[in-house]
Design a protein around this ligand. Structure first.
Ligand SMILES: Nc1ncnc2c1ncn2[C@@H]1O[C@H](COP(=O)(O)OP(=O)(O)O)[C@@H](O)[C@H]1O
Ligand SMILES: N[C@@H](CCOP(=O)(O)O)C(=O)O
Length: 296
């Protein structure tokens, strides 16, 4: 029996579309063992009713692709998963399945694939590197996929950072959310994102956390996505009115992260809570820290 835990991830972090992600202290667990024949999948935890327990299961699919890569297949498989990461809320639930499935499959055959080989396979399955890289390595990961190659730099999440995540009941699949993005953007918007994402990485890496506030503006994806879910637009507009600028859409949404890093901002934190509580839908707010270990 092999057992792994894999962290949730928040990707983009505002301007870092498809190239910036951070692992968070919220985990799914996956167990797997070879059995004589067949496929048994048991699912417990968050959103269990959403999860396929047949060959369509994403963890199983990721394990199958790993076995193909290794050149070995078990006679049969029993998979047991315990989920805490909400599905299709922008917290990397798919990346957690992909990375967790690859790792557990690799372990079943005494780990023939290196972490780099597992990363290559994970990006192939997910299609973008910004969730699977922090899910694999932990920390903050800046990644770029170019002509089939993924290059990345990983560094620890600053221990002072706190991620206050507002999670709605409604789901938004990453596929649908990516479908809302434009084919072209104005040159000035692209330039703004280059500047903001560069500043954000420098602030996260150097520990100049006060610079995060002026680094989270995005013109590439958030303006096109916030109209997909009721209240998202109102939340961002109200936050701007109250001069709260530490907000970003988690991944493809719909969850929102309020990023804070010290006590003095407690007043603003209370305003954020009041904004969310003032929305007509049900939102669940959790406070998370960064995870610096990745899949284990
Ligand atoms: N724990 C899980 N077990 C199996 N499949 C899962 C699990 N969590 C998510 N998935 C798969 O991933 C899909 C959600 O992926 P996606 O839309 O990218 O959401 P997210 O923003 O959470 O990554 C689900 O529809 C399901 O197919
Ligand atoms: N860069 C991707 C990130 C998707 O993150 P997820 O947690 O919503 O899967 C995008 O913005 O589409």
């Amino acid at each position: 029996m092999v057992r792994v835990t894999v962290p949730a991830t928040t990707a983009n972090i505002g301007p870092g579309f498809d190239c910036l992600g951070i692992a968070l202290s919220l985990y799914n667990e996956i167990e797997a063992e070879e059995i004589e024949k067949g496929l048994l999948i048991e699912v417990e935890g968050r959103d269990k009713e959403e999860i396929e327990t047949n060959e369509g299961n994403l963890i199983y699919q990721s394990m199958l692709k790993t076995f193909d890569r290794i050149g070995w297949h078990p006679k049969g498989l029993r998979i047991k998963q315990y989920n805490r990461i909400p599905v299709s809320r922008g917290l990397g639930s798919s990346a957690a399945c992909i990375v967790g499935g690859i790792m557990v499959a690799n372990k079943l055959k005494n780990s023939p694939l290196s972490k780099e080989e597992m990363l290559r396979l994970a990006v192939e399955i997910e299609g973008h590197p910004d969730n699977v890289t922090p899910a694999l390595f932990g920390g903050v990961v800046v990644s770029c996929q170019d002509q089939g190659e993924t290059n990345y730099v990983r560094f620890p999440v600053h221990e002072a950072l706190k991620f206050i995540v507002a999670i709605p009941e409604v789901q938004l699949s990453t596929k649908a959310s990516r479908g809302a993005l434009p084919e072209f953007v104005p040159f000035k918007d692209a330039v703004l994102n280059v500047g903001k994402s560069s500043l954000l990485v420098a602030a996260l890496m150097s520990g100049e956390l006060e610079k995060i506030s002026c680094s989270l503006k995005d013109r590439l994806h958030q303006p096109y996505r916030i109209s997909l879910i009721d209240s998202l637009k109102n939340i961002f507009q109200e936050a701007e009115k109250q001069e709260i600028n530490q907000l970003f859409l988690s991944g493809a949404g719909p969850s929102i992260v309020y990023l804070t890093w010290n006590q003095e901002k407690e007043e603003k934190e209370k305003i954020f809570y009041r904004i969310i509580e003032g929305m007509p839908e049900e939102w669940n707010i959790v406070t998370l820290k960064g995870d610096n270990e990745g899949v284990k």
